[in-house]
Design a protein around this ligand. Sequence first.
Ligand SMILES: O=C(O)CCC(=O)C(=O)O
Ligand SMILES: [Fe+2]
Length: 351
Amino acid sequence: MDSPTPAAVAAAPSTAAPSKPAIAVPGPGGRIYQNYDINLEGAREQISDIGLAVVPNVLSPDECVSLRDDTWRELKRITRSQFDYENPSTWPQYRSKLKPLRDMLMHCGDIGHMQSLWDARQHPSVVQAFARLWSTTMDDLICSFDGLSAHLPLPNDDKKIAAGASGTRKKGLHVDQGRTKDGLQCIQGLIPLYDVHYGDSSLHLIEGSHLHYDDYFRRYPFRNDSDFVFVNHPEFHLNRGCRETFVQATAGSLILWDSRLVHEAGSVLPQALRAMPNNPRMVLYICMIPREKATEADLRGRINAFKELQTTSHYPVPLQVFSPIRGYKNLNPVRRPFLTPLGRRLVGFEK
Ligand SMILES: O=C(O)CCC(=O)C(=O)O
Ligand SMILES: [Fe+2]
């Protein structure tokens, strides 16, 4: 394998940002899958310019394979072997037992504390990347306890897509920052554990829309204080010259975006339009911010949430806990994760 090891990525000397990736053209089905790869030094500037950046090779291919194997294995254990990734005849049980939102998103109960999620959060290359983004040190960060997204194709999906009945077809464009927060507050992240090919489920976004955030919400005011706000008028941004794309990325990349960017977890295209019709999706959500943004009370709340294995929103603070959904009570609890000293710092332990 000739990808750099994570340690090599973390220690790579500072070099100029590579030239901008070539603009992708629409594929069958009319979507654009765009490569946003850039090195860590250029990431922060690209996030300011267009709202997102993708840092490749933060995890090695081998690490991605072992993280996804661990995740599938834990999901098998949680579902008492009713879902087993190794046995495709059980794939419908992935949805019926774990009840992922829009057939993909798991963000409730204790799911956000699976060991594989913690292994990614406390991976030195991941923490190092966020430390560089925030111009701080690795021991100065706290992380979110958010979940993951996985998608497996099922035989009836194309029919559901054609009928417009699938949960994956619902419009979900949104921002993850509401009216109680001003300016750049949060750089969200996710790590895909499988390469993303044309037509796969991937982050769907409107480039540069974070720059129109204030204008958009002056025109379409917030209705409450939630940090999850649907954007029902994406034409507002498209009419201002912003482009709609899906992120193309390799496994182990760290995909980062400003929470004011209009985005959603984009659904798969019908299988005939996909470059790899059976490619699964698995992405781990990761977000870190400087510890100084948390009060002592925030840190105590975070430690408590960790002890209770509660899954939260993308924000490390203020803590927003997602309670268990119906159905989870018939599942095995997630195994209590093992934390390294760096992982404990990320929770908020150790002054
Ligand atoms: O899964 C994705 O691609 C993005 C989901 C999302 O909206 C988020 O993480 O804020
Ligand atoms: Fe989001």
